[in-house]
Design a protein around this ligand. Sequence first.
Ligand SMILES: [Ca+2]
Length: 333
Amino acid sequence: MIQNLLKNFILLFFIFSLAEPVLSNNNPVLAKYSKEIKEIKSILINKYNVDHKYASEVLNSIKFRQKTLDSMSNAVERKATWERYRSIFITKSRVNAGIKYHKKNHKILKEIENKYGIPSEVIVAFLGVETNYGKGTGKVKVLDSLGTLALKHPRRSKFFKAQLIYFILLTYDNNLNYQNLYGSYAGAMGAPQFMPESYIKLGVDYNKDGKVDLWNDKYDIYASIANYLIRKGWQKSRNIYSNIKIKGSYEDEIFKNGDVKTVPITDSKLKKIIIKKELEAGKKYLILLSKKNKKYKLGYKNFKVIMSYNPSTFYAMVVSQLSERIAEENEIF
Ligand SMILES: [Ca+2]
């Protein structure tokens, strides 16, 4: 009896080990997406030379998270007013913590600022908004969030499919344990919350220890943010935005199609509608924050560069304003 069982067991084991890993057998929840998974696997293997077995193993480990899909549709940028959004990010405690963080890490920050030309307070402001200065880097398994979004997001699955592929490649090339990497619900990683594509393409191994560590290494973290901004077109020693005053009769006009957006505007149009002010050179944008309270600013190229990090007008404005508060170094008590 026992011998028979053992025989059967060995036989079964033999059959399964011979068979090519079939996702639908191992993970029934994923079976519905076998076509997409096959396509992802083929890109990993053929385009990026990832080992066949490794690709199958990782993809087969994806666990769907409904919460990830829910969080995507409830992101604060999509619902809050400017006043509400600002009150979440520009708080006494976040400003004070930023000033302290800036002082504490001054030496490394200045080294990076001198090398890349990105103001240290801007780097710190990104960290403040993204992860409360590196404290909250996310608790969701990156594989599960990206797997869920790549296979199930109704509109952006193409983008997330690419991110999933880069994530698997990142773990493969750097010998990282994919079961052990945690990030935001949307798959952003480390203190600066880089998506896998940015991590691979723009991450910097500044301390030259052979890996880009965006969780623990401050040199790598600061240099990667700076490099990101430079590559997106940051203009050194230029402003991010400024305050302007638009003539009353034009205020309604600029808001006629709503608020929460950043729209290009020509110098000639600007000259017509603002109350006298010298104009800086370069491209300009009207930053429309609140139609109700008639809040707007004038943005420059660097504002758009910040928006490349997160394509939200509110996001870019809180990063800018937090950086100003940190630069002032006046703690609020
Ligand atoms: Ca490193």
